[in-house]
Each structure stands twice: as structure tokens, then as C-alpha cells.
Design a protein around this ligand. Structure first.
Ligand SMILES: [Zn+2]
Length: 476
């Protein structure tokens, strides 16, 4: 009687960092906190529908250096929407209004300008994920046999999600990864027998059609946004270690003089010509898709595909949702636009039959320790989970539906919705009734099913909803 939305993976977490960045979700990480959302909305261009934020649950917010990527969101929005009024002009106008329309002297103007500059840079700094707290060059142990033994590698494919490969703050703070740490991870992956696969291979596997030559320990490496470092750092490292990866690109960032950290079309071509990269779409300008009308979603998905195909001469078959955000309409449009798979940033391992439009990915962030990296790889084999609603559904506080969880010790099962208790009734050893709790401005609540396998290993799977209450009206 329940619609089965997916045969989902349950993530086994060996790490003690249970509410770490990795598992905290995907989506939260990219999104700003409440206090900032107003500012952000003020500065949005007219093309953007109101784009409410998915809040970081307090528990997760405090327990990890969960990067808030407000700056990225802000920057990308500002830069990608040509029609957007420059924020400085806008704030100047507000400033003038405050002054009661009195004539502003040249000196005052100058001071205001400097103040704005200062405020803007402070805002930017405050919004960065605090990477200084973390070691940029963690050494990974590739010699010890223990690492291999402890790995407890299960079935399924981990998909890793990276961004810029730089050893400092710009442009994405804690979403940057030092190139030397990436190399440590590559060495480590190789030392424990992982082999990187292509998007085609991943798709074959997801369809249950992996060939006999499919690697025993597969991993899919993905790099989002179109960073210049993907040509300059990633490609040489992939060649050096005999690996491959996939990049997800949004066209407005490419060959845009305002984006100094990003590729040009020529550089992208050069990177692709290396033969070690696959490419997919990341929409046209990286919006929050669930906040858009269906027509806007459609054009984001179709136009980006068409542009990337025209510019690169490659077939674009796969999609990565910006900020990992999707809803049921987005999935329908992705299918209709001809994508074969779409990647979230909901952690979890993927198995044959994992729903093609909600593929799990785990973020790899600044200073990631070996144990945390390991915990992604060593996720438990997925178990079957059925929800009473579709993944990506629009819900509101008070909505309730059943969730079926098989393969976990029933006593260990907890279902958290953006950090709050979700279970209101345990009907049987496999059936739970959950209710969407009240939130303060949580626009994209994540539902996490946590538990232990019969052998005592930790397991965690994440889903995504859209909180209808945060929208004054439906985007459509
Ligand atoms: Zn992105």
C-alpha cells in the first residue's frame, strides 16, 4: 500500500563522528542559517523566486564544522543573474532612505562606501566554514594493514563529492580541499584496492547490469561546479594514479570573467580531452530547484544539457542537483529532459536498484580525517526502506506517514527529521509512524533513518523533504 520510492541504502557509519559534516546532510551544508536568509533574499535578483534556506539542525550545527556556504550561494547568485541589481547600489539606496532623503555629501558617500565594503567582507568571512580549525594536510596511512582490516568494506558504491582543490580560504572555505589531501586520499583509495569508475559503469551497476570485469571495490569520484582546479590539479592527479572522475558543470560559470576560480570553455575542453573525466550537468546557474516553478525547473535542466552538449560535443546524460535540492517535480522534469541519473548530496551507498534520480553522494570537505573518509567507504550494505510519501515530497508540520525499515535491529531504529524526533508510533518491528515536527524556518528538512545492523554496525540513510510552510505560495 505504500509507494515505494526507492530501495535505499542504509549507511553504516563506523566513525564516531556520527553527526559530522558528512552525514549531517548534504543539503544543510550548503545552506545558510536563519539569521542570514533575510539578507540573502534581499540581495537576490529579480529572476530568483524566494529561496528559503534549509536550516542546519542545532545538534548538527554545533557538533561539526559544518560549513555554511552562504557566501557561495550569494556570490553565485549575484554573479549568475545578469539582471540582478548590484547589491551595493541597493544597499546605498536603503542607506539613503534611512537618512530621510537628505542630500548626502561627497564625504559621507565615501564613508558609506567604505563601511559597505567592510560589512560585505565581514559578512563573507563570517559565513565561511572556519577551515582554519582543521588541518589542511592530514596524513593518511596507506601502509598499515589495519586500515584494510578495519575498513569492513560492504557492498555498494560510495560516491564522493568534491569542489575546489585549493589549500586556502578562497573561494569556498571549508568546501575547498587541499590538493595534497586529495592526493593522500587517492593513495589511500589505491592502497586498499578501490578502483574509480565512469558514469557509464556506475549506471550499468545501478541498473543491475555490471559486467564481469566490474571492480570489486568501486568508487565514483565527482567534482562539482567547474573549478579551474579540476583541470590544473585534478586531471594531473588522476593521470598520476590511473584514476578517473566526473565533473558536474553549470554553464553560466564557464568563461565568465567574473569567476576567476572557474574554467573557460577551452580549459574545460582541455580537461575533458585528457580522457580521465566524464561530464554531467549542474543546471544553468545553480539555483535551488524546488523553489522554482516547473517551467523554470524545466529550462534549468534542458538548457544546461543543450548548452553543455553544444559547447563540449559530449552527450550529457547525468545531473547533479545544485545544493543537493530536489522535489518530485524536479525528478519528473529530470526524467522528461532525458537524464538517466541524478545525484543528491544525501549520504549513503548505492546499490543496484537505488533510485536513479536520488543517487547518494557524500561530501568530502576541508581537512577530512582518514577515519571520516573511511566511514564513507565502509558504509553498510543498504537495506530496504519504504516511505509513505515520495522522497522529495512537499510536507508540512503535523503530516504523518508510515516508514518501513528492514534489516536493522528494531530497538536501535531512530528516525530524525532535521534533528528532531520523528517517530510517534512503533507499529511493529519493521513499521513506524512518523510525524513531521514543527520547525523554525527549516525549508528543506532531512529525514535520517539511523540504526544498527544485526551485527551491530551503525547505519544511516537520508531523505529530503520540502517544508510547505516556508513558502508563501507554491512556486507553480
Ligand atoms: Zn554546486
Amino acid at each position: 500500500m505504500y509507494k515505494q520510492i526507492s530501495r535505499f541504502s542504509i549507511l553504516l557509519v563506523l566513525s564516531i563522528f556520527t553527526s559530522s559534516v558528512l552525514f549531517a546532510g548534504p543539503v544543510h551544508e550548503f545552506l545558510s542559517s536563519d539569521s542570514k536568509s533575510k539578507t540573502n533574499q534581499e540581495e537576490e535578483g529579480p529572476k530568483h523566486p524566494s529561496a528559503p534556506k534549509r536550516e542546519i539542525p542545532r545538534s548538527e550545527e554545533t557538533s561539526s564544522p559544518s560549513p555554511k556556504i552562504e557566501a557561495k550561494v550569494k556570490k553565485e547568485k549575484e554573479e549568475s543573474v545578469a539582471s540582478a541589481e548590484p547589491s551595493s547600489r541597493k544597499s546605498k539606496r536603503i542607506e539613503r532612505r534611512k537618512k530621510g532623503k537628505t542630500k548626502v555629501s561627497k564625504k559621507d558617500k565615501q564613508e558609506t562606501k567604505e563601511k559597505e565594503k567592510e560589512t560585505a567582507s565581514k559578512k563573507y568571512e563570517n559565513s565561511l566554514p572556519g577551515m582554519s580549525e582543521l588541518p589542511p594536510k592530514t596524513q593518511y596511512d596507506t601502509n598499515s594493514q589495519n586500515a584494510n582490516a578495519e575498513l569492513g568494506h560492504g557492498k555498494g558504491i560510495p560516491v564522493l563529492c568534491y569542489h575546489h582543490l585549493v589549500g586556502n580560504q578562497d573561494p569556498m572555505g571549508g568546501y575547498n580541499l587541499d590538493p595534497s589531501l586529495l592526493e593522500e586520499q587517492f593513495k589511500y583509495l589505491k592502497s586498499i584496492g578501490y578502483q574509480t569508475i565512469s558514469l557509464d559503469q556506475f549506471y550499468q551497476y545501478q541498473q543491475g547490469k555490471a559486467g564481469s570485469d566490474f571492480p570489486a571495490r568501486p568508487v565514483l569520484l565527482t567534482f562539482d561546479d567547474g573549478s579551474l582546479t579540476h583541470r590544473d590539479v585534478l586531471v594531473p592527479l588522476l593521470k598520476k594514479y590511473g584514476m578517473r572522475a566526473s565533473v558536474f558543470i553549470y554553464p553560466t560559470v564557464i568563461s565568465n570573467p567574473r569567476y576567476k576560480f572557474y574554467l573557460s570553455w577551452a580549459a574545460l575542453k582541455e580537461a575533458l580531452d585528457s580522457g580521465v573525466l566524464d561530464i554531467g550537468s549542474h543546471t544553468v546557474y545553480h539555483p535551488k530547484l524546488p523553489a522554482m516553478s516547473r517551467a523554470e525547473i524545466r529550462s534549468q535542466l534542458r538548457d544546461s544539457k543543450a548548452t553543455l552538449e553544444a559547447k563540449t560535443g559530449r552527450k550529457i546524460q547525468d545531473l547533479a542537483y545544485p545544493f543537493g535540492l530536489f522535489d518530485v517535480r524536479v525528478i519528473e522534469e529530470a526524467k522528461a529532459a532525458g537524464y538517466r541519473m541524478a545525484f543528491t548530496v544525501n549520504p549513503g551507498k548505492n546499490v543496484p536498484g537505488t533510485y536513479a534520480y536520488t543517487i547518494h553522494r557524500s561530501l568530502v570537505t576541508w581537512g577530512m580525517s582518514q577515519s571520516r573518509f573511511n566511514s564513507i567507504l565502509s558504509a553498510s550494505p543498504p537495506v530496504k526502506i519504504q516511505l509513505g510519501v515520495l522522497d522529495g515530497s512537499w510536507v508540512k508540520p503535523g503530516d504523518s506517514f508510515p516508514v518501513i525499515v528492514e534489516g536493522l535491529d528494531p530497538k536501535s531504529v531512530a528516525i530524525k527529521i532535521s534533528g528532531k524526533e520523528g517517530i510517534i508510533q512503533r507499529k511493529s518491528n519493521t513499521e513506524y509512524i512518523i510525524r513531521i515536527p514543527e520547525f523554525k524556518k527549516t525549508t528543506y528538512p532531512a529525514m535520517t533513518v539511523i540504526g544498527k545492523t544485526p551485527s551491530g554496525k551503525r547505519s544511516e540513510t537520508q531523505f529530503l523533504f520540502v517544508n510547505r510552510k516556508e513558502f508563501k505560495k507554491d512556486p507553480d
